[in-house]
Design a protein around this ligand. Structure first.
Ligand SMILES: NC(=O)c1ccc[n+]([C@@H]2O[C@H](COP(=O)([O-])OP(=O)(O)OC[C@H]3O[C@@H](n4cnc5c(N)ncnc54)[C@H](O)[C@@H]3O)[C@@H](O)[C@H]2O)c1
Length: 360
């Protein structure tokens, strides 16, 4: 792909999230174009192809013979690595929906295939681009929180029984890889791990309380010891009707920051009045203006409510990474770190024993 060419994308998996990727590609008309779609369900493939005016396929191997740059993987989570490896071996860059896959072995296979074929791998974690998380990261990089003491990440969401019944893969260990933590909580697991650094050990408890016909948990809580010595709590649920916040709170010797639903809710530093309290921070730096928080996108109860901005930023970053031959911002290794924490929490909950990292 030369610097004057658009990156040509093809999408596999034409379900709920593929529409967000189509919109993100379409919102970058000078940089990106959609050239093909694939779904194993012929009706979904045809509907998506005809709606977007692009060729459609029911067999990924066949689509990979087409001339394009990047394969976007939007299939059930347990298929991400297998299909991503196929794409990498065909010389395509990979945009992979979260989680990277459901096992560390599969994640490693995808990372290695991308390295071997010298293609880029981006794993979606769109909240990293939100105003609240960017502000938290800026405060951390400036050292304004001092020495970190405690952090918690909560996903107090709700998913109906109909949601789990809507796809055979949902709520299965094989293809969903877990429940509230692997599917919904992964976003803020990534934020917790990014903010607090490597994890030393976890203990955890999980249960299935509000849903039937699912193998996985709909509520899980974990107690974390970070390598830094700080302490953490992780909670993820899809059983909290009608759906509450997804949030991260970080407390240090120098101050505290709370990000709720991707917006900065509270920031206070030792000796200063609150910089932000129940207000959204706009702009960067200590003089940033604040405005009252308004209702934003709300995926707390509705899985189709996925804001577009973060996906657009991921695509722009990939295009730049290819042109500059650098690693993407959200690489496979970063996504693997979030997955390792999730796998560790499940192992701790299953065995009842504290689990130590890196996982064996
Ligand atoms: N970033 C986000 O906020 C976000 C939001 C929703 C979903 N997701 C992720 O996106 C992925 C898909 O979720 P969804 O809700 O869109 O699921 P979905 O069930 O709505 O869509 C999955 C699609 O993949 C197709 N498919 C299954 N096996 C296939 C195969 N072997 N080859 C080709 N197509 C196949 C299915 O027919 C279906 O159309 C999941 O990994 C999920 O975690 C991410």
């Amino acid at each position: 792909m030369s610097s004057s060419e658009k990156m040509r994308f093809a999408i596999v998996g034409c379900g709920v999230i593929h529409g967000t990727h189509v919109s993100a590609i379409r919102s970058l008309p000078d940089l990106a174009e959609l050239v093909a779609v694939c779904d194993e369900n012929p009706e979904k493939a045809k509907a998506a192809g005809e709606k977007q005016g692009v060729p459609f396929f029911t067999d990924l191997a066949e689509m990979l013979q087409q001339d394009f740059d990047t394969l976007t993987v939007c299939t059930p989570s347990g298929l991400h690595a297998k299909q991503g490896v196929m794409g990498a071996n065909a010389g395509k860059h990979i945009v992979c929906e979260k989680p990277i896959d459901v096992s560390l072995e599969a994640a490693d296979a995808l990372i290695q295939a991308c390295e071997k074929n010298r293609v880029k791998l981006v794993v979606i974690s769109q909240h990293r681009y939100s105003t609240g998380i960017r502000a938290l990261q800026q405060f951390l990089s400036e050292g304004r929180l001092g020495s970190l003491c405690y952090a918690e990440s909560v996903t107090k969401w709700y998913r109906s029984q109909e949601y789990y019944d809507s796809g055979g893969w949902r709520g299965t260990w094989e293809l969903d890889g877990g429940g509230a933590l692997m599917n919904q909580g992964v976003h803020y697991v990534d934020q917790l791990r990014w903010a607090m650094g490597p994890v030393k050990s976890v203990a955890a408890t999980m249960a299935t309380r509000a849903h039937e016909r699912i193998e996985v948990e709909d509520v899980v809580s974990a107690s974390i010891e970070f390598e830094s010595g700080a302490v953490g709590t992780l909670l993820a649920s899809t059983a909290m009707y009608p759906g509450y916040a997804q949030a991260i709170e970080v407390y240090g010797t120098g101050g505290a920051v709370i990000v709720e639903n991707s917006r900065l809710k509270h920031a206070q530093f030792a000796g200063d009045p609150p910089l932000v309290q129940n207000f959204e921070r706009q702009g960067e730096g200590p003089d940033a203006k604040t405005t009252p928080v308004e209702a934003g996108f709300n995926a707390a109860a509705d899985p189709t409510q996925v804001p577009l901005d973060g996906h657009i930023e991921h695509l722009k970053d990939l295009i730049e990474a290819v042109r500059d031959d650098r690693d993407p911002f959200m690489s496979g290794k970063e996504a693997r770190a979030a997955l390792e924490l999730i796998v560790g929490v499940y192992r701790a909950a299953r065995t009842g024993e504290r689990v130590y990292f890196p996982l064996k």
